[in-house]
Design a binder for this molecule. Structure first.
Ligand code: FE2
Length: 296
């Protein structure tokens, strides 16, 4: 496998693209590297404009303007009553809005919803591509995802505003994502990965999203010949100087529903129930010292 760390200590993720619904890695060893790292870069389709998403990241926390229905603003005070997720002021630099995919059109600007829907399709294609590489049989995929293709699994967006003026705290604390896959769009460097025991900044790959693989994949494949890493990642404290605006990122997450079981293959390739995903998530939050979503 070719080296993935350059002379400056930056980690280079393998690059891939989705063509006609199929995930293709640019280099022969890219797929193996992606499984081992738990991350890769995915080309932004040429006709996809991410700007509405970044614009939303830079405004969702601003107070709503009285008498207007501008859905780019006002999400800090909106209770998002239909969502089990919603707005959260985190103990790190991030304030975030999380909304399940079936609620996007209700709460978000039309052009943001359209963008997220396209990114969701891309994430699904990437997920199925990683299933191919990891050797997950077609007939098990709906069972383990809760029906990602039928839209009956869990898919949500997370919109992050990194407040660089809040000092003495991490940008976002180190963690692995809980689901199968997360597609990330960001406007600034800062993303770091724990690689062979060291935190490494990830080199920006212009025109690419970053894709993370998470705990549901790790649990599922742990005993298989090609296990998937749940990548440990973070964003260190951001300083207010230098950046034209605070850091922004928004993501598409796909994982099992909280009322589902996580699954795991035994070494002989048979599929077994492992643990309830909600129990798994509550245990994880206790270990890491954060509160699990109060509405779930
Ligand atoms: Fe994450």
């Amino acid at each position: 496998m070719t080296t993935v760390v350059d002379n400056e200590g930056h980690l280079h993720l393998p690059t891939a693209r989705v063509t006609a619904g199929r995930l293709l890695f640019d280099a022969a060893e890219g797929a193996d590297q992606a499984l081992a790292l738990g991350a890769f870069c995915l080309a932004v389709p040429e006709d996809l404009d991410v700007e509405p998403g970044l614009r939303f990241c830079r405004s969702f926390y601003e107070p709503a303007e009285p008498g207007t229905a501008d859905r780019y603003r006002g999400h800090r005070e909106d209770g998002h009553a239909d969502s089990k997720l919603g707005y959260e002021d985190r103990p790190d630099q991030v304030e975030q809005l999380q909304l399940e995919s079936h609620l996007w059109s209700r709460y978000l600007p039309e052009e943001v919803t359209a963008l997220l829907e396209r990114m969701k399709d891309l994430t699904l294609d990437a997920l199925y591509g990683v299933f191919d590489v990891a050797g997950i049989p077609e007939h098990d995929r709906e069972t383990v995802t809760g029906g990602a293709r039928q839209d009956t699994g869990l898919c949500y967006t997370t919109v992050n505003h990194y407040r660089a003026d809040l000092s003495d705290r991490a940008g976002i604390v180190e963690h692995s994502d809980s689901g199968f896959i997360t597609l990330i769009c960001t406007d600034q460097p800062g993303y770091e990965i724990l690689h062979e025991g060291r935190w490494r900044p990830v080199r920006e790959e212009p025109g690419h999203f970053v894709v993370n693989l998470g705990d549901a994949f790790r649990v599922l494949t742990r005993k298989l010949p090609r296990p998937v890493t749940a990548v440990y990642h973070r964003v260190p404290e951001l300083r207010p100087d230098g950046a034209a605006h605070h850091r922004s990122s928004f993501t598409i997450y796909m994982g099992p529903r909280y009322d589902m079981m996580l699954h795991q293959y035994a070494a002989d390739g048979t599929l077994h129930e492992y643990q309830g995903f909600r129990d798994f998530s509550v245990e994880k939050s206790k270990k890491l010292g954060y509160e699990f979503h109060s509405r779930i």
